[in-house]
Design a protein around this ligand. Structure first.
Ligand SMILES: Nc1ncnc2c1ncn2[C@@H]1O[C@H](COP(=O)(O)OP(=O)(O)O)[C@@H](O)[C@H]1O
Ligand SMILES: [Mg+2]
Length: 259
């Protein structure tokens, strides 16, 4: 039996009086692209935050690849191979695009700090390999031209892509992406879908929180739908699109938007 990438068992999170995540149980298989969708305020970001222990859940249990993460720091969870991005792009100021991306590799650099200080041959080789990988990934997302630009000067959509690539440099087993297509136009979103599929095919499972339904339909193997903190549906994208509970959840919103 293959181990699931993520398992949530009866996970809840209460903020003050608000039940942001309400008794959510779900299993995300490894080797897949899964999407987490739902109207604004449904609890998608909070579910990411509690699974990665940015906040502890009020109740319930979370496992990544069969390992219960109760009490583990976000840093320990990253060391398990679970890397996330944030809804609000967080590129590092004062660094170029390529420097931002290379900073994501620190989890994976084998040479010791001492040898890096001495700038040994191994360290130089490793640095060169990482830079080549970072440049190749930048080209794949169409940002090769922005390599040496201050990352904070890029448009927001491009900053979000830089964050995805930075996360990939840590060679994650599971990537959690919070609205990576926000700020991208339709063509860029379609390119992102192809990129995410390639990442998955190369061995990294993905869970993506997404507003853009066309991205979800293009790329997701499995869709989970949250509404007011509760998991109201899960399944293949075509079935989710037709699910009366999902349609109702979206139509009852003033904006009537599938997010
Ligand atoms: N840090 C927080 N403190 C208090 N309430 C929060 C916090 N984060 C989220 N919430 C509340 O939890 C609910 C779910 O929010 P969120 O997870 O951001 O939804 P989504 O990502 O689906 O739009 C909302 O009612 C929101 O106001
Ligand atoms: Mg959110």
């Amino acid at each position: 039996m293959t181990v699931s990438a993520l398992e949530c068992r009866s996970v809840s999170k209460i903020f003050g009086g608000v039940l942001a995540v309400d008794d959510v149980s779900l299993t995300v298989p490894s080797g897949s692209v899964s999407a987490l969708i739902g109207p604004n305020g449904a609890g998608k970001t909070t579910l990411f935050n509690v699974t990665t222990n940015l906040f502890a859940p009020t109740s319930g249990e979370v496992s990544f690849f069969g390992k219960n993460v109760a009490g583990l720091s976000s840093h320990h969870i990253a060391a398990l191979g679970v890397i996330r991005t944030f809804q609000t792009a967080r590129v590092f100021p004062g660094m170029t695009t390529i420097e931002n991306i290379l900073s994501g590799a620190h989890l994976h650099v084998r040479t010791s700090v001492a040898s890096q200080m001495l700038w040994s041959r191994t360290a130089r080789q490793e640095e060169r390999c990482l830079t080549e990988k970072a440049d190749a990934l930048l080209d794949m997302i169409g940002l090769g031209h922005a390599r040496d630009v201050a990352a904070t000067d890029l448009p927001i959509g491009a900053q979000k892509l830089v964050e995805v690539v930075r996360a990939l440099m840590a060679k994650p087993k599971l990537l959690l992406l919070d609205e990576p297509a926000a700020g991208l136009n339709d063509r860029e979103t379609a390119e992102l879908a192809v990129f995410l599929r390639a990442i998955c095919d190369a061995g990294t499972s993905i869970i993506v929180v997404e507003h853009n339904m066309s991205l979800v339909m293009d790329v997701a193997d499995l869709v989970f739908v949250l509404d007011a903190g509760r998991l109201i549906a899960s399944g293949a994208p075509q079935d989710i699109q037709r699910d009366p509970k999902v349609i109702e959840a979206y139509l009852s919103r003033p904006e009537g938007q599938i997010a």
